[in-house]
Unconditional design. Structure first.
Length: 200
């Protein structure tokens, strides 16, 4: 089975490679600004993931498409990728000394069949000094990460605890993906699947 990860995130690619699946990367051209946040982060992240997958599926028939979208939320306020240094500082100052939620929506599309699901992780920040925030922004790249931070990099010092899947905060809930993927495969005719089950 030919698989496409419809994401330009190098972190998602790296996580998916951990479970020995053969796939290629093809970023979606879907404009996320078309979807307005409806105060329901669970629904919102799944819609975005599905639209990204649909965008790639339209041009790639007979491929198994994986779409994903990660959002950072605190009290129904979304913190997207910061557009500049000022916004990155504002986001991290707001999240300081609070617990926020990270949601990742995942969508599968294959030959007219689809499946959407999500994962949620609670992330608690310690009280972060402005000095630490500015150092992080200057020396690392917060601009391609929802909320302006990456749990896998230097900003891990901001975090006092998490409740849930670590990989979900990075951008791809690997354990839930694996189990949903295996479930979805049962719906696909055997002649569409590769013979070497170890590659799945």
């Amino acid at each position: 089975m030919k698989i496409i990860l419809a994401s330009k995130s190098p972190r998602r690619k790296e996580i998916l490679e951990k479970i020995n699946i053969n796939f290629k990367v093809m970023p979606s051209n879907f404009d996320e600004n078309q979807i307005i946040f409806n105060n329901n982060p669970i629904e919102f992240c799944q819609i975005l993931a599905h639209e990204k997958a649909k965008n790639v599926a339209m041009k790639n028939e007979n491929y198994f498409i994986i779409g994903a979208d990660t959002i950072v939320v605190e009290k129904n306020q979304i913190f997207p990728k910061p557009r500049n240094e000022e916004e990155a500082v504002k986001f991290l100052q707001y999240l300081s000394n609070k617990t926020h939620q990270v949601y990742t929506g995942i969508s599968f599309i294959f030959n007219g069949e689809s499946l959407k699901f999500y994962e949620k992780t609670d992330v608690t920040f310690r009280n972060i000094s402005l000095t630490d925030i500015k150092f992080y922004i200057k020396n690392h790249n917060p601009y391609d990460k929802s909320g302006g931070y990456g749990i896998q990099d230097y900003s891990s010092i901001f975090i006092s605890k998490i409740n849930g899947c670590f990989f979900n905060v990075v951008g791809f809930p690997l354990s839930k993906f694996y189990n949903k993927f295996r479930f979805f495969l049962k719906k696909i005719p055997e002649n569409c699947l590769v013979k070497n089950s170890e590659k799945l």
